[in-house]
Write a protein that binds this ligand. Structure first.
Ligand SMILES: C[S@@+](CC[C@H](N)C(=O)[O-])C[C@H]1O[C@@H](n2cnc3c(N)ncnc32)[C@H](O)[C@@H]1O
Length: 281
C-alpha cells in the first residue's frame, strides 16, 4: 500500500490545505541547539539539510533557515509539484527521490537529515545505511513521529460531554486508519518503535501541532487528506464512505450544542515525538 499513497495531486493539495503544520513549534530551535548551529544560515557556511518524505515541504520550510542549502525529497511527484508551487524560500530545492537511494549525494556531505510523519514508510536498513553514508561526522538525524494516541479534537467550548464525544470520534478515525496499515507502520505509530541509528548521542522532545477549522468543511478537508481513509474506502466499499460517515457523526455531536453545527469551529491537535541522533565524529 505504501507505494501507491500520496500519488494523486488532489490528496497532495488537501494535505497542504488542511493538515496541521510545524510552523511556530520551536523545532528548528531544538535542532540548532542539539547541533550547536547558529540560527542564521549565513553563519552555518556550506551547510546542507535534507528532508526525506518531505510531502509539500511542511518540515523542509521550517528547517531551511538553518542551512545554506535545504533539499526536500519525496517519492511522490504530486507532493513535489505542490511543494514547488507553495515554496518561496530561495535556498530550498525539491526532487522526486526515494529515501532508500540517496546516490545523488556524496558521502559525508549533509549536516542534517530530517524526516517527519514518514519514517514508517521507508525500508529501515537501506534508509539508515544511506543516512549514515551521507551524514558528515557530527551530523544529525531528526525524526518526527505522529503518535496514534496523540490525535485530539475539540470544540472551542468547555462542554466536556461534547468534547469527549469529539475525542471518541478522533479515536475511531485512528482505529480505522491503523486497521489497514502494515504491521511495521502500526508498531511505529502505536508504540513509537522504529529502527533507529546506532548513535549513542541522542535527545528526545515532543511538539504539538494545531489547526483550527472555522467550520466543519475544514475538518472534512483534513479527513479527505487522509490517505489511509481513502485506502479503506477502496478496500471496503460495502461499509460506505468513511469521510461521509465521520462527518455525519461529528455534525450530530455538534447538534447538541449548536443550532448550526456545520459552522461550529473545531481544533485538531497532533502530538509528535521527536528524536535527534548525532553521528559520531
Ligand atoms: C504522511 S506524509 C508526510 C509529509 C511531511 N513530511 C509532513 O510531515 O507533513 C509521508 C510522505 O512520505 C513519502 N514517502 C513514502 N515512502 C517514501 C519513500 N520510500 N521515499 C521517499 N518518500 C516516501 C510520501 O510520498 C509522503 O509524501
Amino acid at each position: 500500500m505504501g507505494d501507491r499513497l500520496f500519488e494523486d495531486v488532489e490528496t497532495a493539495r488537501s494535505y497542504q490545505d488542511f493538515r496541521p503544520n510545524y510552523i511556530g513549534l520551536g523545532l528548528e530551535k531544538e535542532v540548532a541547539s542539539f547541533m550547536g548551529l547558529r540560527n542564521q544560515r549565513s553563519q552555518n557556511v556550506d551547510s546542507v539539510g535534507l528532508d526525506i518524505g518531505c510531502g509539500n515541504g511542511q518540515l523542509t520550510k521550517v528547517l531551511a533557515p538553518l542551512f545554506t542549502k535545504m533539499i526536500g525529497i519525496d517519492r511522490s511527484k504530486s507532493q513535489i509539484d505542490v511543494a514547488n508551487e507553495v515554496t518561496t524560500e530561495k535556498n530550498i530545492e525539491y526532487r522526486v527521490n526515494l529515501a532508500e537511494d540517496l546516490s545523488f549525494l556524496q558521502d559525508g556531505s549533509v549536516d542534517l537529515v530530517s524526516t517527519a510523519a514518514a519514517i514508517h514508510y521507508f525500508q529501515p536498513e537501506p534508509f539508515l545505511a544511506e543516512v549514515d553514508r551521507v551524514l558528515k561526522p557530527g551530523g544529525c538525524l531528526l525524526t518526527v513521529l505522529m503518535r496514534a494516541d496523540g490525535f485530539y479534537l475539540k470544540t472551542l467550548t468547555n462542554n466536556d460531554s461534547v468534547n469527549k464525544k469529539c475525542q471518541d470520534l478522533m479515536n475511531e478515525f485512528v482505529d480505522v486508519s491503523l486497521s489497514i496499515v502494515r504491521d511495521e507502520t502500526k508498531k511505529v505509530l502505536s508504540a513509537g518503535m522504529y529502527t533507529a541509528p546506532d548513535y549513542p548521542d541522542r535527545y528526545s522532545f515532543q511538539v504539538t501541532s494545531k489547526r483550527q477549522y472555522d467550520n466543519i468543511d475544514g475538518f472534512v478537508g483534513f479527513l479527505n487528506s487522509s490517505e489511509t481513509l481513502q485506502e479503506y474506502n477502496k478496500q471496503f466499499p460495502e461499509e460506505g464512505d468513511q469521510v461521509d460517515r465521520l462527518k455525519k457523526r461529528l455534525l450530530s455531536i455538534l447538534a447538541d450544542t449548536s443550532s448550526t453545527p456545520e459552522s461550529t469551529p473545531v481544533v485538531l491537535s497532533l502530538l509528535h515525538n521527536c528524536y535527534l541522533y548525532k553521528k559520531p565524529m
